[in-house]
Write a protein that binds this ligand. Structure first.
Ligand code: SF4
Length: 403
């Protein structure tokens, strides 16, 4: 798995060491992750500093980069802790820190922590003027707000090209209904603070009206029997914009999802890797591939100019997928064939779809009966058993059942 860093870069989420490894194997150029504090994904798993050191080492050996999120909006007494962490991250070789807060950018400078800074999406940067102001502060890259249209992004690129600042755009993933992350519904309803990385996603919940004098009587606001999820944005999917964004000189294409599964990360990275490498994949085929992972329907969001009710999934909130991730090929070949780590029940003789780290999709028929590595014969296998796949497959290949 040796690759030369490409331009533009494909930047993928790595909420845990395992996810970081999968993102790299599926050919992301860079992986971003959080550590013990300040990462704005309190429930993503996050990496300990030792894991971060191992993850960075692994990425560098494979000629990839690792960026670390410190994109919380800190309170006054939290800067010291963040500066301590930033110092350690520099020592272990982090390639950049993803930061949202202006004060932290200044404090990092003051502390002499000389490491590239990427401005987080959380800072909601919407103008050329703001990008140039960040550049004056020594920032290397700015992630533009997801609330911009293609024309606005193009203008910002044009206005800032000579400054040397890199621009990054989110091309895929869940989005907020408010300016990214700047929302207090979770604080209000559950006491978990979105701006501290603890969001419980109440924008995805179903809501009713209650009239004051009739407590307990829920007046439906739904349009049909399935309910009404007023704030539930569809997931962003900008596969149709990859070429245009490349042409105007976007430096990094970022994928959201530090809390998503390895199957999700592998599938999404695989599709955008191929598109960034210039492979022509029709919009229908892209949607088919994207349907394999959990999603709330797809939208191009603000990229087309403005959003409409079609960009929201108001009748359902549970993400759905057209496939179940049932197993992956582990990095050990034995004489009897490739070894599959079972993630969900696999049945003898069933047909499964295979996705490999190089993006090939094929079909496999599982042996009947199934065989374990030590010769046991089974009608079905379950997590965490290891079985022999019916044919030779590369390590990290994914097996999924189409439903
Ligand atoms: S509740 Fe929804 S809109 Fe608000 S921060 Fe959380 S994900 Fe974003």
């Amino acid at each position: 798995m040796k690759e030369v860093l490409a331009k533009p870069e494909l930047t993928a989420p790595g909420g845990t060491l395992e996810k970081l490894t999968w993102a790299a194997h599926y050919r992301a150029d860079c992986v971003y992750f959080g550590t013990e504090f300040g990462s704005l994904r309190a429930y993503a798993g996050n990496l300990t500093l030792d894991e971060a050191a191992n993850g960075l080492d692994f990425l560098h050996k494979n000629r990839k980069k690792g960026f670390v999120t410190l994109n919380i909006y800190p309170f006054t007494n939290e800067y010291k802790k963040l500066i301590d962490i930033a110092g350690k991250l520099k020592e272990i070789g982090a390639d950049a820190l993803i930061v949202a807060d202006m004060g932290l950018i200044f404090e990092l400078k003051k502390a002499g922590i000389n490491i590239p800074i990427h401005v987080s999406t959380q800072a909601n940067t919407t103008s050329s003027q703001t990008v140039l102001a960040y550049r004056q502060l020594g920032v290397a890259r700015v992630n533009l707000a997801r609330e911009l249209s293609f024309e606005q992004i193009k203008q910002i690129r044009k206005d800032t090209k000579d400054s040397g600042v890199e621009l990054e755009v989110f091309i895929h993933g869940a989005v907020c209904f408010s300016y990214s992350g700047r929302c207090a519904i979770s604080d209000y309803l559950t006491g978990r603070r979105a701006n501290r990385g603890e969001c419980t996603h109440p924008c995805r919940w179903g809501y009713s009206l209650v009239e004051e004098s009739r407590p307990g009587e829920f007046i439906p606001v739904f349009e049909d029997e399935r309910g009404q999820y007023l704030f539930n944005s569809k997931d962003l999917a900008l596969f149709e914009y990859v070429e245009q964004l490349k042409e105007i000189g976007i430096d990094s294409f970022k994928i959201e999802g530090r809390m998503k599964s390895v199957h999700y990360i592998a599938s999404i990275v695989s599709l955008y890797r191929q598109l960034l490498d210039g492979k022509k994949i029709s919009p229908d085929e892209c949607l088919k591939l994207l349907s394999r992972v959990k999603n709330r329907g797809y939208t191009t969001g603000f990229m087309k100019g403005s959003i409409t009710p079609d960009d929201y999934s108001t009748k359902k909130s549970q993400p759905k997928s057209a496939a179940v991730f049932v197993g992956d090929i582990v990095d050990e070949q034995i004489e009897a064939g490739s070894v599959c780590h079972v993630r969900n029940k696999i049945f003898a003789g069933e047909k499964l779809e295979v996705l490999t780290p190089t993006g090939e999709i094929s079909e496999i028929t599982m042996p009947s009966p199934l065989k374990t590595a030590d010769g046991q014969q089974l009608e079905y296998a379950n997590n965490p058993q290891k079985i022999i796949a019916g044919q030779k497959l590369p390590a990290y290949a994914i097996l999924r059942r189409i439903i």
